[in-house]
Design a protein around this ligand. Structure first.
Ligand code: NAP
Length: 543
């Protein structure tokens, strides 16, 4: 597929209106062809108007047609996987094999959401049939379902340039919900973004959908993102990236005349608690496993295990040695962008200035944007004194915390801000301590893992990739897994409707055979005859 660097506004190709850029190969520090167009608020306005025009027809597509559209996107991603992985690798320095796996994950996510759409449960069809005989006053027929919130803006991540980007889980779940999507392409991988954008644009065409269902915009500063968040026709936003960027966009959306939901996923250190029984029995194994996961994608993963806490005692020295050895053996590797590399080096200095001791370091950087692996150690008292030690260092760095006793371990756990995940390494003998730790962690994280590590994230019905602030801006939702569709839905209640005016999901005969909650009972059935709506008008007293 040929890249031409244009913005994709609906079916249209739009050239530069506000400058252009070339992507940088961070491994060689050399720019790559072609030039990629920047747009501005005029292009955002055009994309938002098209998305709004597309909304009614897209939100009302049959479940079968919408599922088929998602599957077309999956097929399109499969067809370009080698090319997509090559381009993304040039732009991010991530290995081709890893990016091929990411592309496969993306295609799988679209297919998983096609299943979610066909099942129709996301509608949460709920029916409280009329009770005309009820005393002291009759009940009118009430039915509710969830519909799409409207056109949404998606800010993709830099660190997973396929599965959290243009064709990532946010786009898949928003399209599954029935929302037209405008993606703000991340400037760290514009070529990969265009390839994925073209696949979705083609799927829109092949599915006979309104062109406004999908657009891809790009800009040279914050202006384009701000214009998206401000646009009155945009009704929701998702974002993956820095806490500063995420919160700037979140606050902006709350200052609109009509505030809209913004779901940001920002920062997490995913603490690992090694309890004494497990430490004594397999300290070395745990330490090695932790560092292995920490170094995945040069430490640039939201689920990177960054902080390990263990109570000093039998096994601690083995654990420590098992952590230092692989760090010392690790060559410096290219980071995603010059900006991320510069931030990494600054944050490593911050850890040192906060009193953490550097106990291991990998090979010195060779390339301009190489990140050197580093392991710090600090004692529990210092950790409690300086909460900055608990902040994210995005890159191949980790912190080992030598904890004095159980009380100190719990006190440190209480000090953590919101996390995407936390891990407990335990043996049976540790269960009483784990029982005390669990309520502390439940309040601070979206996922608790026992005797494994949080990375990689499963994409399934029970998956949760979320957590209290600052892991995300809304702890009630997940950005990964089938229930991530919830971010893009809102409930509507239909009262006293004749059957032919009801949405399909709520009609008497349940024509699509979807799960519904009828008078509190979950079933696939049509509504029992004696529950039929007697009349669109009910003689109800006012409440
Ligand atoms: P970022 O700088 O926050 O950028 C993410 C996206 O949002 C980009 O498209 C960026 O546009 C846009 N953006 C950021 N701030 C904005 C603002 N104030 N107004 C309008 N648009 C804005 O994130 P990044 O470049 O991917 O990575 C930087 C840092 O984020 C990392 O060092 C790391 O700390 C953190 N990070 C965390 C995670 C995680 O999952 N926890 C993932 C990735 C990154 P431009 O492309 O034009 O800058």
């Amino acid at each position: 597929m040929k890249l031409n660097g244009n913005l994709l506004i609906g079916a249209q190709e739009v050239g530069a209106t506000a400058g252009s850029m070339k992507s940088l190969n961070p491994a060689t520090n050399v720019e790559i062809e072609p030039s990629f167009a920047f747009g501005g608020s005029a292009e955002v306005d055009r994309a938002a108007r098209l998305a709004d025009d597309a909304f009614d027809s897209y939100n009302n597509t049959s479940l079968a047609d919408r599922a088929a559209f998602l599957e077309r996107i999956a097929d399109g991603l499969d067809a370009i996987t080698p090319e997509l992985a090559q381009r993304a690798s040039l732009e991010t320095a991530l290995p081709v094999a890893q990016l091929e796996a990411e592309a496969a994950k993306s295609a799988t996510q679209f297919r998983q959401f096609a299943t979610v759409v066909r099942q129709g449960r996301f509608r949460q069809a709920t029916i409280d049939p009329a009770q005309p005989e009820r005393q002291p006053r009759p009940r009118m027929d009430h039915r509710s379902q969830k519909i799409a919130v409207g056109p949404v803006a998606i800010f993709g991540a830099s660190n997973f340039p396929i599965s959290y980007s243009v064709a990532g889980g946010d786009t898949a779940s928003a399209l599954a919900a029935g929302c037209p999507v405008i993606v703000k392409a991340h400037n760290a991988h514009p070529g990969a973004s265009e390839l994925m954008g073209r696949v979705i644009q083609q799927a829109v065409r092949d599915s006979g959908l309104h062109e406004g269902v999908f657009s891809l915009v790009r800009g040279g500063g914050n202006e384009i993102g701000e214009a998206l968040v401000d646009h009155p026709l945009i009704k929701g936003v998702t974002f993956t990236g820095s806490e500063g960027g995420g919160m700037a966009l979140f606050r902006r959306a709350q200052q609109r005349p009509d505030p809209i939901p913004v779901f940001t996923e920002m920062t997490s250190v995913n603490p690992t608690f090694v309890l004494p029984g497990a430490l004594a029995a397999r300290g070395a194994e745990i330490g090695h496993g932790f560092i292995e996961r920490m170094l995945v994608t040069v430490g640039q993963a939201c689920l990177k295990p960054a902080i390990l806490l263990a109570i000093d005692g039998p096994g601690y020295i083995d654990l420590r040695r098992a952590m230092t050895a692989p760090v010392e053996a690790m060559q410096a590797r290219t980071m995603l962008t010059p900006g991320i590399c510069a931030a990494y080096r600054k944050n490593v200095e911050r850890q040192r200035n906060a009193g953490a001791e550097r106990i291991a370091a990998g090979g010195e950087p060779q390339g301009a944007w190489d990140g050197q692996a580093v392991l710090f150690e600090v004692d529990g008292a210092r950790m409690l004194d300086d909460p900055s030690l608990s902040e994210e260092v995005f890159g191949p760095a980790a912190l080992l915390v030598r904890v004095k006793d159980v009380e100190q371990l719990i006190a440190i756990a209480r000090q953590f801000r919101g996390q995407l995940s936390a891990t407990i390494q335990l043996d049976r003998v540790d269960h009483p301590l784990a029982a005390n730790l669990l309520p502390v962690l439940e309040r601070r994280t979206g996922r608790i893992v026992i005797n494994a590590f949080a990375h990689p994230q499963e994409v399934s019905y029970a998956s949760i990739h979320g957590g209290p602030f600052p892991a995300t801006s809304d702890s009630r939702f997940t950005s990964v897994g089938m229930s991530s569709i919830e971010r893009f839905l809102r409930p509507v209640c239909y009262q006293g409707f004749p059957d032919e005016l009801l949405p399909e999901a709520l009609q008497h005969d349940n024509p699509r055979g979807i799960w519904r909650l009828t008078d509190g009972q979950l079933s696939l059935a049509a509504i029992a005859h004696d529950m039929e709506i007697p009349s669109p008008v009910c003689e109800c007293d006012s409440i």
